[in-house]
Structure formats: C-alpha cells, structure tokens
Write a protein that binds this ligand. Structure first.
Ligand code: HXC
Ligand code: NAP
Length: 271
C-alpha cells in the first residue's frame, strides 16, 4: 500500500540516518509522496548511493555528511536544505547507535557515545530545525524515532533505552512549547523491523531472533515501509491534528510481554 504521489508535495524533509534501514525506508516513501529529500549521516558513500536511488524514483534529493553529535554540523545540514530547496518542513531524527552489552560491562564512553548520538543528536536536530519548521507553510513536522523498549527497561541496552526515554520526554516538552508555532512533534516507536541493522545487532547476532518473533502477535518482523507509512501519515495533511503522540508500530509486541520484558509462551492458537 502506498499514499498518493502528492501526499507530501511541496514539502522538504531532512532525515538523519536516511541512507540505510528505517531512515532510507522513510526517504523512499517520502520521495514517492512528492517530497524533496535531504539525507544526512556520516558515511558519504552510502548516502550517495541512496540519493542515486531516490533520484531514480524521480525525486529531488541530496546528501549531507554530518555527525549528529556535532551541533554545528547538524545546523549546517539544515542550512544546506534551506539553501537548496528554499525551506524545511519536516525533520526526522532517526540516526542512532546501539549494541548489546550489560550495564555492568558497559564502559562510560560506550554509554556516552549512544546517549550523544540518540538523545543529544535529537536535541541538536530540534534546535537547528526550529526556525525553518516554524516558517513552514504546511505546519512543521518534527518526528523522532523511538522504540517501545524506551519505557519498560531494556536489559542489554541500558544506554539506548535511557536515551530513547529521554527522547520521548523531550518530544512531549516540544509538543507543549511548539504547538503555538504550528509544529507537530511526535515519536514513532517501531517494534522489531526486519532487514535492519537494529534487528541484526539486537536479536539476530545474540541468537534471540526466534524468541523475539514468538513474542509478536502478528507473527512477523515489521518492514521498513511500515514505519515509513506511519511517517508519511503524520507528515501529511491527514496528520495535521496529531502532536505529542507516540505512534507504536510493532505488530502488537508491546502488548504481549510480561512487565519484565520476557516473551510469553506461544499458545497453540498463535501457531
Ligand atoms: C561494548 C562497545 C561496543 C560493543 C562499541 N563499544 N561497540 N562496547 N560492546 N559491541 C564501545 C567502544 O569500546 C567505545 O568505548 C565506545 O563504545 C565508542 O565506540 P566507537 O567504536 O569509538 O564509537 P563510534 O565509532 O562513534 O561508533 C558508534 C557506535 C557504532 C554506536 C559504537 O556501533 C555505530 O556507528 N553504530 C551506528 C549503527 C547502529 O548502531 N545501528 C543500529 C541502530 S538500532 P571505549 O570505552 O572502548 O572507548 C537501534 C535500536 C534497535 O538503535 C531496536 C531493536 C531492534
Ligand atoms: P541503521 O540502518 O543502522 O540506522 C542508523 C542510521 O543512523 C544509519 O544510517 C547511520 O548512518 C546513522 N548514524 C549513526 N550514528 C550517526 C551519527 N553519529 N551521526 C549521523 N548519523 C548517524 O539502523 P535501523 O535499525 O534502521 O535504525 C534506525 C532507527 O530506528 C534508529 O533510531 C533506531 O533506534 C530505530 N529503531 C529501530 C528498530 C529496528 O527494529 N531496526 C526498532 C526500534 C527503533 P552512518 O553510519 O552513515 O552515520
């Protein structure tokens, strides 16, 4: 299923981490919906490959090399978008880092690295994009990619869990502060999305793929297009009255776990 080709016509979107995984999925869906794209991250070669694919789809697209831990680099990425396309209507803070390590074994720099990318990077995106989003004729959209794990504790990923919980709090604050400027601030919380670096690192490499799958009522990992469709909806006119929301897109996983995060046994009916 796709949206109409003009659902985001006339909008300019900047997506951090837009060259891979969920971010690239969002970029492709935005391109199909008529948006102009700026994708920003560290790996220039991968970004250029992604831009070529977006251009093949008929979209206007450009890459900006940027480490979201550097507020000046994030500001420069926003300025590049405004200079190239005349404004910025949508900012998607999607860039993130994560790896499995227990809190007891986690170095202080490992903690700092993930919090810097995920939480601080999201704040730098918000701060840099604010003036342009406020000026958007469509009503600015600021979306951060969270996770359902943010508020339930995340054994093995204390750094990412805490950072994503911080992002959710930040976004609720921005909803309250920026509504007067017409800027809608929402998080999207993906469950486990297949064919992504996240699922590879957190579930496949640690041998927990089958356990994870068994905890999902709909029975499969999600697709990057599932998250992308949620983003198109929130950024289109159809999402104009939604701000301060956390849109969970997880096949029901968040509702099928005990409070300790342990997957419940499968019933025969679920086979
Ligand atoms: C323990 C680790 C580690 C690991 C890195 N570190 N990997 N510690 N186990 N597997 C430690 C390092 O030893 C170092 O601490 C510190 O973390 C910083 O590591 P660097 O390699 O110097 O960092 P950097 O080059 O900046 O790379 C950042 C990164 C990297 C996060 C470590 O993995 C990265 O670039 N990731 C981006 C892609 C990614 O993570 N995608 C998945 C997103 S999924 P010391 O003390 O030695 O200096 C996601 C949610 C998934 O976010 C949801 C569920 C499916
Ligand atoms: P991914 O492909 O590894 O995406 C992460 C992106 O962030 C990459 O494109 C990476 O590009 C960029 N990035 C990382 N560190 C950066 C930095 N310091 N500065 C700028 N860009 C940086 O993984 P993914 O699984 O698609 O994850 C995308 C988002 O979804 C993340 O926010 C993640 O937490 C969230 N999420 C994913 C899942 C899942 O199932 N996959 C579930 C819940 C939430 P460069 O390497 O080029 O910098």
């Amino acid at each position: 299923m796709t949206f109409t080709s003009d659902a985001l016509a006339g909008r300019v979107a900047l997506i951090t981490g837009g060259g891979s995984g969920i971010g690239f999925g969002i970029a492709k869906a935005f391109a199909a919906a008529g948006a102009k794209l700026v994708i920003a991250s560290r790996n220039e070669e991968r970004l250029e490959g992604a831009v070529a694919q977006l251009k093949d789809m008929g979209a206007e697209a450009m890459a900006v090399t940027c480490d979201v831990r550097d507020p000046e680099a994030v500001k420069a990425a926003v300025e590049a978008a405004v200079t190239a396309y005349g404004g910025l209507d949508i900012m998607i803070a999607n860039a993130a880092g994560n790896f499995v390590v227990s809190a007891a074994d986690m170095s202080t720099n490992a903690w700092k690295t993930v919090v810097d990318i995920d939480l601080n990077g999201t704040f730098y995106c918000a701060k840099a994009a604010y003036p342009a989003l406020k000026a958007s004729a469509h009503g600015g959209r600021f979306i951060a990619i969270s996770t359902t794990r943010a508020l339930e504790g995340w054994p093995g990923c204390a750094h990412a869990g805490a950072a994503k919980a911080g992002i959710m709090s930040l976004m609720r604050t921005l909803c309250g502060e920026w509504g007067k400027d017409g800027i809608r601030c929402n998080t999207i919380a993906p469950g486990a999305i297949g064919d992504t670096e996240g699922v590879k690192r957190i579930y496949e490499d640690s041998g927990r793929k089958e356990l994870e799958l068994s905890s999902i009522p709909l029975g499969t990992f999600g697709k990057t297009s599932d998250i992308a469709n949620a983003a198109v909806f929130l950024c289109s006119d159809a999402g104009q009255y939604i701000t301060g929301a956390d849109l969970v897109v997880d096949g029901g996983r968040n509702r099928s776990r005990s409070s300790t995060g342990v997957a419940l046994p499968k019933t025969e009916a679920a086979e």
